[in-house]
Write a protein that binds this ligand. Structure first.
Ligand code: UDP
Length: 241
């Protein structure tokens, strides 16, 4: 667990965005994985997730306040949260300013078409190469198509860890591009689902808002966050990783 936490990006959101801008300018590729307790706990049981978190080609950023706090407890401090949704918004801005190309893959059909409409209106200079919903039978075929199209930015919204596993499978073949799994961000940025109100975000209680809105998330929350905190507590007491 510690070795993954130690690989998280340590500086602030703006410095990270500057790195992405540089990558895009120089056609350098980057695979961004937003890490939360759920991802870290998955590594215990899932060999592919372990490979993802240790892969040198993968850029890990700290999503989730618990990850930020625990990095401090373990004396590997990261500066702040870098959330998938905020990164996606920034990528849309960067793409619009520079007329970069983009491909969107994931979410339900109606949500995706609402998002595409919004992007066309609000970010008119983005060169949208295509958008495919996340419920197609052959997801591999879509990824192969994306790799051939060589978008500057490819956002995949299939939920963790499926989106990351799929990107990882094809990332070696990509010549360029920023690839990122964005979970439920298409749902939110399409306007179909609300992000937590500002006050929840400010007080680091976004997770609570999501549970209130979708109580079925409680089990998932327990399985990942509570167990993660127990694990971190053990590590703090000097137990072996
Ligand atoms: N999704 C999809 N195909 C699937 C399963 C899920 O496109 O086979 C989408 C789903 O519609 C949603 C996103 O993946 O837009 C996952 O959202 P969630 O909020 O669960 O993501 P996370 O909590 O992983 O960020």
């Amino acid at each position: 667990m510690k070795k993954y936490i130690n690989r998280l990006y340590k500086k602030d959101f703006n410095s990270y965005c500057n790195m992405i801008k540089n990558d895009l300018k120089n056609d350098k590729k980057r695979f961004i994985v937003t890490v939360n307790p759920e991802t870290l706990m998955m590594s215990k049981k899932d060999e592919e997730v372990r490979r993802l978190l240790t892969n040198r080609a993968v850029s890990l950023v700290p999503d989730g306040i618990i990850v930020v706090k625990t990095s401090k407890w373990l004396k590997m401090p990261v500066k702040e949260r870098i959330t998938g949704i905020e990164l996606m918004q920034e990528l849309l801005n960067i793409a619009n300013v520079n007329s970069y190309s983009m491909y969107l893959f994931g979410a339900k059909k109606d949500i995706l078409s609402t998002l595409v409409k919004r992007i066309k209106e609000e970010y008119p200079h983005i060169n949208l190469l295509g958008a495919t919903d996340g419920y197609v039978k052959n997801k591999d075929a879509i990824m192969k198509k994306i790799i051939k199209l060589k978008p500057d930015i490819c956002l995949v919204a299939l939920g963790i860890p499926e989106q990351e596993k799929l990107i990882l499978k094809y990332y070696d073949k990509a010549e360029k591009g920023i690839f990122m799994g964005v979970g439920g961000s298409f749902d939110v940025l399409s306007g179909c689902k609300k992000r937590a109100p500002r006050i929840f975000i400010k007080l680091n209680l976004e997770w609570l808002y999501r549970i209130i809105k979708e109580p079925k998330r409680l089990k998932r929350f327990y399985k990942s966050n509570i167990k993660y905190l127990k694990k971190i507590n053990e590590l703090k007491k000097g137990k072996k990783d």
